[in-house]
Design a protein around this ligand. Sequence first.
Ligand code: DQA
Length: 159
Amino acid sequence: MTVLPRILVLNGPNLQLLGTRKPDIYGTRSLADVEDRARALAGELGLAVECRQSNHEGELVDWIGDAPGSFVGIVLNAGAYTHTSVAIRDAIEGVGLPTIEVHISNVYAREEFRHRSLIAPVCLGQICGLGTPGYELALRALAAYLKQIGPAQTEGPTE
Ligand code: DQA
């Protein structure tokens, strides 16, 4: 059996509405479609992904806290919690897993309250404003980073 390093792809509040919510801003792809594409790309990159979505801050915090030992990295679109959640930021910082923040829309071109991310400073990087392909770009970036830091850091949590 092939063992693949596992990536946790997390989506926060209202992202279950992808495809129907403000398609002019978030596009017409459903979350299931975005997740399918992430899974397909992960296979090509030699990774496995597990995709989860929650509207509840505590659930996201729990999933991040439990990630070490099961996952080697995180792709995170925390939705509106991006701009408010000290708890999610602390969870990412606490577990220390390489995390890439994704925003489908260009938050810097929108309302001022979206300009600040509490999470970005504890992430490896941020992909923003490139639509739903941003998740795939994040996976590619994480794959390149994991390759660069070497096998020691990617050992252990595999599928
Ligand atoms: C978002 C941007 C956030 O400001 C917003 O609350 C979302 C989606 C994005 O992907 O562009 O829910 O994270």
